[in-house]
Design a protein around this ligand. Structure first.
Ligand code: PEP
Ligand code: MG
Length: 540
């Protein structure tokens, strides 16, 4: 048995045979042509077929995950029709008598190198699209069938990397899960794959060296562990775990429409944490009572420049409408630290987690903040939206942030643009300073949400990003729990509700404690909702 470790993208377990997807660009024999006119025709036919294929993929992606993510196929189509690109291939065929495959291969190398050499990170990333369209051309030149929809029985797909168009070509019923050697949890391809809801682990070192076709493999999407040729004991343990999960999922669906209420009648709301509209299907599927944390920065992280007011408005409105009047708490931009935007030149910092981030940026650059607030306020006319500020440390910061909201409200009023005038404003409590002065902060807001990820990091002075420190990073530390307790007490003393939206909220070892404290709401990843509801309903 070989155990490899990667980064989790989607939590689930899959057990099955490996199919290696390896569309080698050099997988052709013919290097030159004997009749350039025929060869040009072959290329042009493949180009047309590739364009038609991209149009289909665009429509498929548009329906599955929306326009924003489908746009990648439109970009690829434009590249495939680009005159420089096409003429360079045609010149190689007609002037150097190369085969269409060889010409495409050379164009792939030249154009991807060109994009890679550019300064702009968005343009650099386009080199991946060049590879993608060239693979597609080679695919049609070889007149292959779709390798990715052609498995006779469901497989675990192993690839060096998967492009957005390859993900969209997958026949979901034929794939149990994916593992890739490259990739990152935030790439376009990963976002599309996550929306398919299959176990997925990326960035698995040495994967292609160790995996072979038909080898038995296990993906543990919860831990990021990959077991190749598992021994009998591991296979039994993981099979049992998978069956238990399937059974649990079935049982849990019966809890839809029910409350998270203990046997003694103590109720707590369970909301969802989301990062984009892509998380809406699982939020609705798992019957969230609201959205407790919309990490709005993911809208910014997926773009090549600041998303416009209109782009943001559409995203916020989509979420508000989908939730049908249930609460939707949109956290304002929380960039900086580990969430840097390539197009927003944040200065390099020695201690980024203690640096220029979140509300500090928004207060110093109100023009960015105001665009987001306009979008949120406009969307508030379409549902039950609240605004929440991240990384607040003082009453002054809170007052300044609220003043900017008021200022934006006045502009909207003057422009006769509708918004919810009594929109609720809340703050995250994620620094010890905020927790300690929560009595003062509570007087300024309509609700609190405790961010235990950062509260733990700042209370214990342990960088949450540093994997070497993970044994020390414990939100169970008495100091963290005391700060949570203090915050809840101060919220209730001032008559406002308090939720928890850090990872700790889903930790069922603390559910009883949170109920005892009187926490009003727990906001968790959509996949954890029914599990947590089940736990609460089982308590006395
Ligand atoms: C937190 O800090 O607990 C939180 C919910 O915010 P994030 O994880 O996005 O920093
Ligand atoms: Mg935080």
């Amino acid at each position: 048995m070989i155990i490899l470790k990667g980064q989790r993208v989607f939590d689930d377990i899959a057990i099955g045979s490996i199919a290696i997807y390896n569309p080698s660009l050099n997988n052709f024999k013919q290097q030159s042509n004997s009749n350039f006119k025929n060869e040009l025709l072959r290329f042009q036919t493949a180009q047309q077929a590739a364009i038609e294929d991209l149009k289909k993929l665009y429509n498929k992606a548009y329906q599955a995950v929306g326009e924003k993510y489908a746009a990648i196929f439109e970009v690829q189509q434009m590249m495939l029709e680009d005159l420089d690109f096409v003429e360079s291939i045609e010149a190689l065929i007609s002037e150097q008598n190369l085969s269409a495959e060889k010409a495409v291969n050379i164009a792939d190398e030249n154009f991807s190198a060109l994009f890679e050499s550019m300064d702009d990170s968005y343009m650099q990333a386009r080199s991946q699209d060049v590879h993608d369209i060239c693979s597609k051309l080679l695919f049609f030149l070889a007149d292959k069938r779709n390798l990715l929809a052609d498995f006779s029985s469901p497989v675990i797909l192993v690839a060096n990397d998967l492009s957005p168009s390859e993900i969209m070509q997958l026949d979901k019923t034929k794939v149990l899960g994916f593992i890739t050697q490259l990739g990152s949890p935030n790439s376009h391809a990963t976002i599309l794959a996550r929306a398919l809801g299959l176990p997925f682990v990326v960035a698995v070192d040495n994967l292609m060296f160790n995996a072979t076709n038909n080898m038995l493999a296990i993906i543990d999407g919860f831990t990021g562990n990959i077991y190749l040729a598992p021994d009998e004991k591991t296979l039994n343990v993981m099979t049992n775990k998978m069956h238990a999960l399937q059974q649990e999922k079935l049982t849990l669906t019966k809890l839809k429409g029910k409350k998270a209420i203990t046997k003694a009648g103590k109720e707590i709301k369970i909301f969802a944490n989301i990062g984009s509209t892509l998380d809406l299907p699982s939020t609705l599927e798992n019957d969230a009572e609201g959205i407790g944390l919309f990490r709005s920065e993911f809208l910014y992280l997926g773009e090549k420049s600041f998303p416009t007011e209109e782009q943001q408005f559409i995203a916020y409105k989509t979420v508000a409408k989908a939730m049908y009047g249930k609460p939707v708490i949109i956290r304002t931009l929380d960039i900086g630290s580990d969430k840097s935007l390539p197009y927003f030149n944040l200065p390099p910092e020695i201690n980024p987690a203690l640096g220029y981030r979140a509300i500090r940026i928004c207060l110093q650059q109100p023009e960015i903040f105001k665009i987001q607030l306009r979008a949120i306020l406009r969307a508030s006319a379409f549902g039950n939206i609240s605004i929440m500020f991240p990384m607040i440390n003082s009453v002054e910061e809170l007052k300044s942030s609220k003043a900017i909201v008021e200022n934006v409200k006045v502009s909207l009023q003057q422009e006769n643009i509708p918004f919810s005038s009594n929109i609720k404003i809340g703050t995250m409590i994620e620094t010890p300073a905020a927790a300690i002065i929560s009595d003062d902060l509570a007087k300024e807001v309509d609700f609190f949400s405790i961010g235990t990820n950062d509260l733990t990091q700042y209370t214990l002075a342990i960088d949450r990003q540093n994997k070497n420190l993970s044994p020390f990073f414990t939100p169970y530390h008495k100091a963290v729990l005391k700060l949570i307790e203090l915050t809840v007490k101060n919220a209730h003393k001032n008559g406002i509700p308090v939720g928890i939206c850090g990872e700790l909220s889903a930790d069922t070892k603390l559910t009883t404690k949170f109920l005892e404290l009187g926490v009003d709401e727990l906001s968790v990843s959509p996949n954890c909702i029914l599990h947590l509801r089940n736990k609460i309903r089982s308590l006395d």
